[in-house]
Structures are given as structure tokens and as C-alpha cells.
Design a protein around this ligand. Structure first.
Ligand code: ATP
Ligand code: MG
Length: 428
């Protein structure tokens, strides 16, 4: 019998990598809190209808990528492929609109799409996203874009391009759709199979095609920017002006149409120059139609989602993998010494130090080697003699300097130890 492996398109995030995830989450939390965003947590599965209505049946996500199943009560449920629909459902279900004003929400967690796995594309992946619900103001569009660029820059990412477009309102899009059908119909036979089908169902999405021949044809397709009505134009102009005021550089991309049906006006993506084919780290836009479409009061909204696998992939290229921030590695041998080492470790932890206890019971030489590899700043050594005398040997691993010190004294001078450890960690 073979061993069991993780399912295709899923991956384990091992402790080394988890550090980067935690760093991303901590940075995100801090930046979001500073901008008055509050976290929301919604279920990982929802009724299938929610996504069919909230994302649109003509999209790849709903048409081909959903993990849909029937539970034992024969309900059709779906593992969430994204979380805007879930957040909006919660917004309506709990009448968050009754609180008045603007709801600034954020979430993070796993999403599920049945896709062909490759670097930066999984079947279970993670997103961190924001939704600002209740404002039609172009300042909200710019606030969320600024938040995304700020977050990614704070994490140390460079080489990102902000692509910007407007997909107008449904009436603009109606006219534009006709223009696209007129343009693409003569090329119908040359389009990829998906795009041929989109020609009738969702022609805007042909612009999204990754097929080279289709892309070459789409290059000369009419631009949506020529089909924006006065309201849409005004909104889009204001967005661009405010971005410029904030010093945020963007590139117009009239081919940028988000894959989901409920988007209106602003659409944007943050694309990395340092990722391969799956280069879009963040995608978002305005979705003024969604709350109403899901049965809530007509409510404008804007948001984005960052793909955390792609983000952490980039961060791993930037950072050397580092060891944990360990203060002490505790080495001991002999029954009495081992018992004392457990106590000493506990007391040090209560003082706020991080301590790893060697549990191997092997020879001192082997334990010292592990101490060197542990990334600890200092090694504490307890043998029979030290246990007898109530002392411990404190060895600074960078310099090799060591001293014998009473265990009680070690605990007493916790403050000065803390300073020495901090200084050594900073390389002073
Ligand atoms: P793509 O064109 O790459 O399929 P998308 O338009 O389907 O992206 P969105 O629905 O906008 O993506 O999701 C936002 C972000 O989530 C993407 O920019 C990407 O970073 C990430 N993402 C989407 N699908 C996956 C996946 N299967 N695996 C990993 N990350 C993903
Ligand atoms: Mg996709």
C-alpha cells in the first residue's frame, strides 16, 4: 500500500513558511486596523445558489471551478471559491446596513476552485480581502487601492504595476457588449473554444482569454472607455485624479475586465514583474450591483482580494529563510539535571524568554551541535555538578563566552539578559 499524499492542488504550509504567512497577517492586521477596517469571519461553505447568483453562472468560477456537493440532507452546498458573496450575504442577513454609514470589512481564509494546479495556482488557496460596503464615492475606490499598495509595499514588495480600468455601469456595458459581438463575430472560427461560447453568453470575458490567438484578435477590439456614459466617465476621472494626488502610479488597461459579473466602474489588478504566468497578486473593483442582486437594499460597494500563495511566493524570493527567534537552548543530562531543566525552562518562559529544551538525553556533544543549529542566542547547560550546586552554565553562542551562574541569579537578572539578547540579535 502506498503512502497517502495531500490532495492534488492542496499543499501543506510547513513551519518555515508559516513564519512568512504570520508576518503577512500581522502586517495586514496592523494596517487594516489603522484604517478602521474590522475583521469578519464567514463560513467556508455556503448554499450553491449564493455563488450562482452572486458571481454569475457564465463565469469560469461558477461554470467550471466550484467544489459543489450534496450533504446528507440533500442540500446543494459549495466550498467558497471567493468571499465577497459570503460577506455580502452576512451583511444582508445581519442587516449591517441598519447601522448606517460605511461598513469597512476584511477577511482572510481558504478558498476553493477546481483549477489546473501550477505555481501560484492551487485548488485550496488563501485570500486576504477587504470590502467597503455603503459608499458610491470614488474616494472609497481609491482608499482600497491605496490600502493594497500600502500593504504590499510595507511587506517589502517592489516591481508591482497597478492596472486600472472602468467597466462602467450596466447600461454602458450593454452598448459595449453589442460592439464586441459585432467586432468578434467575423473572427468567431478563430477564437478559442471558450471564447466562442462567451461570444453569446459573456462577450466581455473574451478580453480575459489567455489564448494567444484570441488575444491577438482582441488587441484591436473596441475599448470600453469609449462606451462610458457621463456618470461613469466622471467617476473614473475622479478616481484617477485622487490616485495621482496620492502619488499612486497606475497604468490604464482597457482590456482589464474582472471575471465576475457584479463589477461596476473601477476594476484593478496589482501585477508583479517577478512572478511567472500567475502574476496577479491582487484583484478588485467596485460592485454596486451585488447587494441588491442578493436581495439586500441597493448598496454600492468596492473591494479587493490578495492571493496569499502568490504573495508569500514573492516574499520567499525576497527573504532568506530564517530560524525562529529563540533566546535559550537548554541542554541537560542526568536525571536530576533533566528535572531541573524543565523547571528552569518554565521559569524563564514566565519571564518572557523563548526556550527550547533538548529532550534527546543524548551525549552533551550531540546536544551542543543541535544548540548551534537552533538559532538560539545562548545555550544553558545543566549537568550533574550544576544540578547539585543549583547553578547553570550560560554560554553565548556567537562568541563562545561562558560563565557559571546560580539559577536563582539567572532569573534575577532577567532584565539585563533581555538587553544582552536583544543587542546580540541586532548584531551589536
Ligand atoms: P486568475 O486570472 O489568476 O485566475 P482570478 O481573476 O480568477 O485570477 P480573483 O477571483 O480576482 O482571481 O482572485 C483574486 C486573487 O486571488 C488573484 O489575483 C490571485 O492572486 C488569487 N487566486 C485566484 N485563484 C487562485 C488559485 N486558484 N490559486 C491561488 N491563488 C488564486
Ligand atoms: Mg481564475
Amino acid at each position: 500500500m502506498g503512502t497517502i499524499k495531500a490532495s492534488r492542488g492542496t499543499q501543506d504550509i510547513l513551519p518555515e513558511a508559516v513564519r512568512i504567512w504570520q508576518q503577512v497577517e500581522a502586517t495586514a492586521r496592523e494596517i487594516l486596523a489603522r484604517s478602521a477596517y474590522r475583521e469578519i469571519r464567514t463560513p467556508i461553505f455556503e448554499q450553491t445558489d449564493l455563488f450562482e447568483r452572486g458571481i454569475g453562472e457564465a463565469t469560469d468560477v461558477v461554470g467550471k471551478e466550484m467544489y459543489t456537493f450534496h450533504d446528507r440532507g440533500d442540500r446543494s452546498l459549495t466550498l467558497r471559491p471567493e468571499n465577497t458573496a459570503g460577506v455580502v450575504r452576512a451583511f444582508i442577513e445581519h442587516s449591517l446596513y441598519a447601522q448606517g454609514g460605511v461598513q469597512r470589512l476584511w477577511y482572510t481564509g481558504p478558498m476553493f476552485r477546481y483549477e489546473r494546479p501550477q505555481a501560484g495556482r492551487q485548488r485550496q488557496f488563501h485570500q486576504l480581502g477587504v470590502e467597503v460596503i455603503g459608499s458610491r464615492d470614488p474616494r472609497a475606490d481609491v482608499e482600497v487601492m491605496a490600502l493594497a499598495t500600502d500593504m504590499l509595499q510595507t511587506l517589502g514588495l517592489t516591481g508591482l504595476t497597478l492596472y486600472l480600468n472602468s467597466v462602467g455601469n450596466p447600461s454602458d456595458r450593454h452598448h459595449y457588449r453589442d460592439a464586441l459581438v459585432t467586432y468578434f463575430t467575423p473572427f468567431q472560427a478563430d477564437l478559442d473554444a471558450d471564447s466562442q461560447e462567451r461570444l453569446t453568453r459573456n462577450p466581455l470575458r473574451i478580453l480575459d482569454s489567455k489564448d494567444e490567438r484570441t488575444q491577438a484578435i482582441a488587441k484591436d477590439a473596441p475599448s470600453i472607455l469609449d462606451y462610458l456614459g457621463d456618470d461613469s466617465k466622471q467617476h473614473f476621472d475622479r478616481v484617477q485624479q485622487l490616485l495621482t494626488d496620492l502619488g499612486i502610479v497606475y497604468t490604464l488597461n482597457p482590456r482589464l475586465v474582472r471575471g465576475l459579473d457584479y463589477y461596476t466602474h473601477t476594476a484593478f489588478e496589482l501585477v508583479s514583474q517577478d512572478l511567472g504566468a500567475q502574476a496577479t497578486v491582487c484583484g478588485g473593483g467596485r460592485y454596486d450591483g451585488l447587494v441588491g442582486q442578493l436581495g439586500g437594499p441597493d448598496t454600492a460597494a468596492v473591494g479587493w482580494a490578495i492571493g496569499l500563495e502568490r504573495l508569500t511566493l514573492l516574499l520567499r524570493q525576497l527573504q532568506e529563510t530564517s530560524l525562529p527567534d529563540l533566546d535559550f537552548y537548554l541542554v541537560s543530562r542526568g536525571e536530576r539535571a533533566e528535572a531541573q531543566s524543565a523547571q528552569l525552562a518554565q521559569q524563564l518562559r514566565h519571564q518572557g524568554f523563548s526556550v527550547e529544551v533538548d529532550l534527546s538525553g543524548s551525549a552533551f556533544g550531540k546536544q551542543f551541535k543541535r544548540a548551534d543549529r537552533s538559532g538560539a542566542i545562548a545555550c544553558l547547560v545543566l549537568g550533574d555538578a550544576e544540578a547539585e550546586a543549583g547553578t547553570v552554565n550560560l554560554k553565548w553562542l556567537a562568541s563562545g563566552d561562558q560563565e557559571a551562574i546560580a539559577q536563582a541569579e539567572l532569573l534575577d537578572k532577567a532584565d539585563s539578559l533581555r538587553q544582552t539578547i536583544a543587542a546580540q540579535r541586532a548584531g551589536i
